[in-house]
Design a protein around this ligand. Structure first.
Ligand SMILES: Nc1ncnc2c1ncn2[C@@H]1O[C@H](COP(=O)(O)OP(=O)(O)OP(=O)(O)O)[C@@H](O)[C@H]1O
Ligand SMILES: [Mg+2]
Length: 263
């Protein structure tokens, strides 16, 4: 799907230059699920912007489905983004006074997509928010807001889903729920590329690419891959145990299920 060859990105600010990417070679094939890891400032977001056709390399070649992206103009880049890529970025980028449904619909309004209402509802149901479509972002939890952002990204059934720190600022429970959605999308044939700082989140992917100083330091398949559905069951069991322990300490006779209500 993607072929990146000797890609460099140099930012120039006044008389200062920053070499954010320094000769990246990377191939990503259909059906992959890739974690991009590495220290702060190593070039992960810069690489994601190039993969996502939000920006072009200063030097090198980037082919997306055999089309040379590095020579495209703004209009062509926008076209490839709209047809092929769904974006999920940290901080959600949701409009605050707008319902979940409208947030998901909005990009399709710009694209004049005819059945956008149906697509938006289906995408929100897909991420488990069918009962929250009229809620505004401030009436949703952080994890739910991130799921709205995912619904918005997948409403047009993109071939490639790109996520930059999709679980930043979320609890372990919420992070697992997000990773469960990504794993399901990948099981259904979607290609997922995500940046994360957290090794345990990265281990939900099939492959881990480590970037350092704008270069690929390591590129390896993940052997002990985590399954988010199993991790969620484990977290639930741990919570149950903790409640039992607490009940034993205090003599509280409340059943775990009753005590557990809002999570
Ligand atoms: N628009 C820009 N203009 C100038 N320099 C930039 C720009 N974007 C990024 N840089 C610089 O390029 C380098 C790589 O930045 P990038 O955002 O890709 O890092 P990152 O790996 O995503 O870091 P983090 O983990 O902190 O998000 C940094 O040194 C940064 O300061
Ligand atoms: Mg970044």
């Amino acid at each position: 799907m993607l072929h990146i060859r000797d890609v460099r990105k140099i930012y120039t600010m006044g008389d200062q230059t920053v070499q954010a990417l320094d000769g990246i070679d990377l191939d990503i094939f259909d059906g992959e699920m890739v974690a991009i890891m590495g220290p702060s400032g190593s070039g992960k977001s810069t690489l994601m912007h190039i993969i996502g056709c939000l920006d072009t390399p200063t030097e090198g070649s980037y082919k997306f489905d055999d089309e040379e992206v590095s020579e495209m103009d703004e209009v062509q880049l926008a076209d490839i983004r709209n047809r092929k890529i769904g974006f999920v970025f940290q901080g959600f980028n949701l409009l605050s006074r707008t319902s979940a449904l409208e947030n998901v619909e909005l990009p399709m309004v710009y694209g004049k997509i005819p059945d956008r209402r149906e697509r938006a509802v289906a995408a929100l149901e897909r991420v488990g928010l069918g009962n929250r479509i009229d809620h505004k972002p401030n009436e949703l939890s952080g994890g739910q807001q991130q799921r709205v952002a995912i619904a918005r990204a997948i409403a047009m059934a993109p071939r490639l889903i790109l996520a930059d720190e999709p679980t930043g600022n979320l609890s372990s429970q919420q992070s697992e729920e997000i990773m469960q959605i990504f794993q399901e999308l990948n099981d259904e044939g979607g290609t997922v590329v995500m940046v994360t700082h957290e090794p345990d989140i990265g281990r939900h992917c099939k492959r881990m690419v480590t970037i350092k100083d704008g270069r690929v330091l390591e590129d390896e398949l993940i052997k002990d891959r985590l399954n988010a559905t199993i991790e969620l069951a484990r977290l639930a069991a741990e919570r149950e145990l903790e409640l039992e322990r607490r009940a034993n300490r205090t003599g509280n006779t409340l059943k775990p299920a009753q005590a557990l209500e809002p999570v």
